[in-house]
Design a protein around this ligand. Structure first.
Ligand SMILES: Cc1ncc(COP(=O)(O)O)c(C=O)c1O
Length: 350
């Protein structure tokens, strides 16, 4: 690490959006004939891959998303990165791709964060360093079969809030007429193809003024699945915290953490179970979308069955339960609160 790499970039940290910003270094490893290379750090952001690559034709491609944050004392913290490594491995298995060993995943993530130290937003800026590991099937191929070689890459970008507004502004969701994933399909893994099919739902949701689409289960179109890029957590009027159980949703690291915090820190009863939306709508006091990018985004209203339904205080205020959960989660992530769960991990910079 040179002194130049340690000097923070001159960015307007407090006003970053959630978009790609080219940083200095990325990590690349390749798989061929049954083994991974040890991986190396490079500066070139453009990739050159064969036109016949299965990643381009058949969606043999997947990714992850996690963040690094600066703590008050200057330490750089990752949040439950082991779960991202595990999920990438599950996704790879589902898509017949070689699994990225946990050690290689962590090496790629840590090296890329360390090398791009200058781009990590400072503590208190409300921004963080988004980390995007991806795994793609490359090489010459035409028939529908798995690739013969693969690239694992990690790049990073400093980001602000995913939804426009402050760190904790109310968002709205619109129930979409389209399905995201079938019960026995690929909804439970982070396959890029899941997202291509969702672009139209997001666009339609935004056309009626919502931030994002809300998906129902595709078998019966009755039960809550998840939002386009986040899981759902509900606080019911009886005080229970409920999250939809579904075979077709991504097992969100954020949601799993929130459920632990609700139970252990707030002493609330938590349930993971199917949620029949129309039947339970009036029982819901607060709703939130949660994910690495969304953090905890309280939902003020949803568009369902041709009309808007509002939650806590007519959808005008963030409810107290989601606010408490947001504070607990973000304080742990930023090292402002003791982490009894061992969720945070320091990336040693030099
Ligand atoms: C479809 C979908 N659901 C849920 C999530 C939230 O998952 P996590 O909390 O692991 O980021 C994401 C974001 O990664 C997502 O894309």
């Amino acid at each position: 690490m040179t002194a130049n790499n340690l000097k923070k970039k001159d960015l307007d940290w407090g006003n970053l959006g959630f978009s790609y910003m080219k940083t200095d270094y990325r990590f690349v490893a390749t798989w061929k004939d049954g083994s991974w290379t040890e991986g190396e750090t490079i500066t070139e952001e453009m990739m050159q891959i064969h036109e016949g690559s299965p990643a381009l034709h058949y969606g043999q491609q997947c990714f992850e998303g996690l963040k690094a944050q600066t703590a008050k004392d200057g330490r750089v913290l990752l949040f439950r990165a082991d779960l991202n490594a595990e999920r990438l491995s599950n996704t790879a298995n589902r898509l017949l791709m070689p699994s990225v060993p946990k050690e290689l995943f962590m090496k790629g993530v840590e090296e890329t964060v360390r090398n791009n130290y200058a781009w990590i937003p400072p503590h208190g800026s409300g921004a963080s360093l988004y980390i995007r590991p991806l795994l793609i099937g490359v090489g010459e191929n035409l028939g529908l079969r798995p690739a013969t070689s693969y690239e694992f890459r990690v790049f990073v970008s400093p980001v602000g809030p995913y939804y426009k507004g402050t760190g904790l502004s109310l968002i709205s969701l619109a129930v979409t007429d389209y399905d995201r994933a079938a019960p026995r399909g690929t909804g439970y893994v982070k396959a890029g193809a899941n997202y291509a099919g969702g672009l139209l739902s997001t666009k339609s949701a935004q056309e009626i003024g919502a931030n994002e689409a809300l998906y129902l289960d595709s078998a019966e179109r009755k039960y809550l699945d998840e939002a386009g890029s986040a899981n759902i957590v509900l606080s019911l009027k009886d005080g229970t915290i409920v999250t939809p159980k579904s075979a077709a949703i991504l097992p969100s690291v954020t949601r799993r953490s929130i459920m632990v915090l609700a139970k252990e820190e707030l002493g609330l009863t938590t349930e993971e179970r199917p949620v029949e939306l129309l039947k339970e709508l009036t029982k819901i006091e607060e709703m939130a979308a949660c994910g690495t990018a969304a953090v905890i985004s309280p939902v003020g209203k949803i568009f369902v069955n041709g009309q808007w339904h509002t939650f806590y205080k007519d959808g005008k205020e963030v409810g107290p339960t989601m606010l408490k959960l947001y504070e607990l989660l973000t304080q742990i992530q930023k090292g402002e609160r003791q982490d009894p769960y061992g969720w945070t991990q320091e990336v040693v910079i030099s």
